[in-house]
Design a protein. Structure first.
Length: 189
């Protein structure tokens, strides 16, 4: 068995339980334009790329979607008190990094939101590479984001271990032909 040279983790639901913070920020953003979003509606869309999320909840107007995205990005840090870090996974990643294993995040989240959340939990420096949703053309279940990380480091799928929590993320890891571990969803809602 080849030695693991690269660990890639998903962010939302895997490394950090962001459900509550995201839900509250989106509810606030929807209210700011006179619309509502229930927790159940958001739960059904959690983990989707933004455009898919908007279609799923019936937002088809690009200007309305732009306003929601802008407002959510602006207020998201107000809800960071609801973030819950998966400490065992973060500690494992840190220990592997100390052993010269490369580390990366591959997330569908927006870069700004992702970097703000990582900074808030004090983990931004724990990763050699951070890829966000806008860094790839196709989101999970496409393997593109994982393949991009592996290509960046020149690491094979056999030398890669991926941590995921969602069915689409696991499909992406499987399609990338890398080993992966399913993390029980840490959502506390």
């Amino acid at each position: 068995m080849p030695q693991i040279r690269l660990i890639i983790t998903d962010f939302d639901g895997t490394l950090v339980d962001t459900f509550r913070a995201n839900c509250l920020a989106y509810q606030d953003a929807f209210q700011s334009i006179g619309k509502s979003l229930s927790e159940e509606e958001y739960k059904a869309c959690f983990g989707l790329r933004f455009d898919d999320f908007m279609r799923q909840v019936g937002i088809t107007d690009t200007e309305t979607a732009r306003q929601i995205r802008a407002r959510k990005g602006e207020i998201y840090p107000r809800y960071f008190g609801h973030l819950a870090v998966n400490r065992p996974l973060l500690d494992f990643i840190r220990s592997m990094r100390c052993q010269n294993v490369l580390t990366a995040i591959a997330s569908t989240a927006r870069r700004g939101n992702l970097l703000n959340a990582l900074s808030h939990i004090g983990a931004q420096a724990d990763f050699d590479l951070i890829l966000a949703g806008e860094d790839v053309v196709r989101g999970k279940p496409s393997p593109q984001i994982y393949q991009t990380v592996m290509a960046h480091f020149g690491v094979t799928p056999e030398q890669t271990l991926i941590f995921e929590d969602s069915p689409s993320g696991c499909q992406a890891a499987d399609a990338a032909q890398a080993g992966y571990m399913i993390i029980k969803q840490i959502q506390t809602q």
